[in-house]
Design a protein around this ligand. Structure first.
Ligand code: TRP
Ligand code: SF4
Length: 329
């Protein structure tokens, strides 16, 4: 039996952090054994919000690709490609734009949220409104049946399904309705106790050097209710503990009573975390450095991925155009 096809994408925001690994990337890596995987670097989606300042996109793609490969995405098993290098996806987006009612897009909760959050960025643009249409084009250009995403992307998947239904209704069955695979996003807190996020500047990056990691953990927030060493701690409210639990569950089980009984001090606890993170990350970082020294190999991986993606999308696009009354073939 042939494997089910999945597609997912990530905007190239640069080096990934521990939250990306725990949420998206570790699942992507796991899925490559089980599914026929297409993983897209969504550079056009990045432009919808960053069109005024696109100079970082190309570097970000490279950094993200290095993290992908170092942590175990295998180009022999999964197809990694760049959205803008598969221009047929953009053409699919144009076709879908014909049949997508504006109201669906204006009502999309992520659209309204982002408009409010990124108020300084002038994103009342056509392209930004169409963000979920482009995402739908990504998915259906491969006739993907499953789409691993976090909770925040559920509205986009709903829209994708609606657009698919409308297409199939208007022109005849062509696309399967894509289903989300909801990847649980373990709630990783950043160094300031808020959700780990690049935009908050509180993230521990997968590629951080030992010095950067030491410095970040040393200044990390702990239990806000433990101002003094002698006070008992509340590990569940402490971002340091969250990371310990994630990377060394056994050890965190021992830290818990030591913390709540005030036997363990926060600076020793942080040292423990530092060692654990360094030990966890260092083999990947070595691989990342090796890869970074081989730009030709990176290019080859992308070229191959882009080519493979195009072969598939070309056919699907021809089918879609034919259904819509155009010269598809
Ligand atoms: N919009 C997604 C995000 O911000 C990224 C993305 C782009 C995506 N294209 C996709 C996810 C296709 C799933 C399928 O996380
Ligand atoms: Fe957090 Fe560790 Fe301090 Fe407890 S001892 S509050 S778990 S840093």
């Amino acid at each position: 039996m042939s494997k089910k096809r999945i597609l997912s994408g990530m905007r190239p925001t640069g080096k990934l952090h521990l939250g990306h690994l725990a949420g998206a990337l570790s699942n992507w890596i796991r899925f490559q054994e089980e599914y026929d995987c297409f993983y897209e670097i969504a550079d056009l989606h990045a432009l919808t919000t960053d069109y005024q300042n696109p100079s970082g996109i190309r570097d970000n793609i490279r950094e993200m690709l290095l993290d992908f490969l170092a942590f175990g995405l295998d180009p022999e098993k999964a197809t990694i490609f760049i959205q803008s290098k598969v221009p047929e996806i953009s053409e699919m987006h144009l076709l879908l734009s014909m049949i997508t009612p504006l109201g669906w897009l204006e009502r999309c909760p992520t659209y309204k949220e982002q408009l409010a959050q990124l108020a300084d960025r002038e994103i009342t643009n056509y392209g930004f409104l169409g963000y979920p249409v482009l995402q739908t084009a990504d998915i259906i250009s491969f006739k993907a049946v499953r789409v691993p995403v976090g909770e925040d992307q559920v509205p986009h998947l709903e829209l994708a399904r609606e657009i698919v239904r409308r297409f199939n209704f208007l022109y005849g069955e062509l696309f399967p309705e894509p289903e989300a695979i909801l990847t649980v996003n373990p709630k990783l807190l950043g160094t300031d106790g808020r959700k780990m996020s690049k935009s908050y500047g509180n993230a521990i990056l997968l590629a951080d050097t030992p010095e950067e990691i030491r410095q970040k953990t040393a200044t990390m927030f702990t239990d806000p209710l433990r101002p003094y060493r002698k006070d008992p701690g509340h590990p569940d409210a402490c971002p340091v503990f969250g990371l310990l639990q994630m990377y060394r569950p056994e050890e965190s089980a021992a830290v818990r009573p030591a913390c709540t009984s005030a036997q363990l001090g926060c600076s020793d606890c942080k040292k423990k975390l530092t060692e654990i993170l360094l030990e966890f990350l260092s083999p990947y970082q070595r691989k990342r450095e090796e890869l970074a020294r081989e730009p030709g190999r990176l290019q080859e991986i992308l070229d191959r991925g882009n080519r493979r993606a195009r072969e598939i999308v070309n056919d699907v696009l021809a089918e879609a155009k034919t259904k819509m009354g155009l010269y598809g073939y």
